[in-house]
Design a protein around this ligand. Sequence first.
Ligand code: SF4
Ligand code: SF4
Length: 363
Amino acid sequence: MAENINQILEKQDYFGIRLESIGGLGANLCGKMLGELAVRYLNLNSAAFSSYGSEKTGTPVKGYIRYCLPDKEIRIHAPVVHPDLLAVFHQALMQDAGVWKGCGSQTKVLVALDEGQENLSGGLPDCIRECYVVNARQIAMESKSRINVVMLGAIAKVMGVMQLEDVRQICRDSLGRKYPDALEGNLKGLEGGYAQVRQLALHTETVSGKEKQGGDSQEWGYTTAPIGGINPRFGNTAVADLSPSRQGYIPLFIKERCINCGLCDTTCPDMVFQFSRGEYNGREMMVNQGLDYYHCKGCMRCVNVCPVNALVQGAESEHAQKQYFLPNQDMLRTPDYYVESGPDGYITSESFFTEVRMKGGEV
Ligand code: SF4
Ligand code: SF4
C-alpha cells in the first residue's frame, strides 16, 4: 500500500475493510482474525462483524472490519460503505455491482482469482487504481486448508503493516484450538497467500471500459429492481447459482454404478440431481440422469451417502466441460442464461468420461 494504516488514520477517523464473500468460504472467521490482529499486534482499536442471510452456505456474506487509533473509541457499528481495502473471495462475485458499492480511487482491491483469469473478465470499476490478486482456491487445495486463511495471508501482505509471524500466531490461537488437526494445513495456506499475492498492472485492457463507478449509481429501487423484487444474486431464489461456494471439488457421477436409490437426492440440500422417468433393470422407474452443477455448493454430502460409490469427489478444474452440462429439468433456462452466468456451471454428470479421469482409473 502506498500509505500505511497509521498514515491513513492521521487523516481520517477509521480504516475500513470490507470482505465480499459467499457463505462457506470462511469470511466471517477471517474478519474476526483481522480484527484481533489489529488489537494485539498493531496497537489499534478494532471492530469486526459480518452480515449474511438465513441459509449461510452459498448465500452472499459481507464482512466489515474497522480500525482506528488506540485513543479513539469505535462508536460506529454499521457496514463499511466506503472501504479502504476490499477483499473479494471469489471472482464470480465481481459480476455483482453491489460488491463495488462505495469503492473509490482510495480503495485497494484484492481478488481471489483462478489461474489464467488475470484479465479480470468480470471487470473492475474504472475508479480502482490498485489491485492485487491471489489464486486462493488453488493454494487452499494444495495446502488442504480453506480460502479464508489464504485470503487472510494475502490481506496481511497487502496491508504491509502486519508481520507474518503475528498472523500465524492469530491462526494458531483461533483455528488451532478449534481444529488442531487442520492447523498445519491452515498455516501452509496462510503462508501461501502471504507469499503468492501479487499486484496487477492495471492497463486499460484489464478494466471493463464500461461505466462502473463503484456501484453507487446501480442501487436497486422502484424502477431498477428485478420483477417481483426478488434478489437474483448468488445463492438466492430461482437463480440459485451456488457454484462460487465450491472450494475446488465437485461430486462426479458414474452412471453405470448408480442403482437409483435416490439417497443423493434426499440428502442434497439443493436441486442438483435430475431424476426423470426411465428404465432400470427392466423396470420403469425414476432414474438419476445426472447433476445440474449450477446449484451444487460442493458440500460432498451426496458422495458420503451414496451406497455404491456412484458419486465420487473430483477436482473441479479438471471437469469444466460445457457440452456435458445437464440443466435442471424443472427450471429449464435458456442456454444463453448459462453463457452469461459464467463457466463454473458447465460441469456435468458425464464429465467422468474425460481423458483425465479415465487415465487415473478410479477417481
Ligand atoms: S445415492 Fe448413489 S446410487 Fe443412489 S441414486 Fe444417488 S448416485 Fe445413484
Ligand atoms: S456436493 Fe452433492 S449434496 Fe452437496 S450440493 Fe453438490 S450435489 Fe448436493
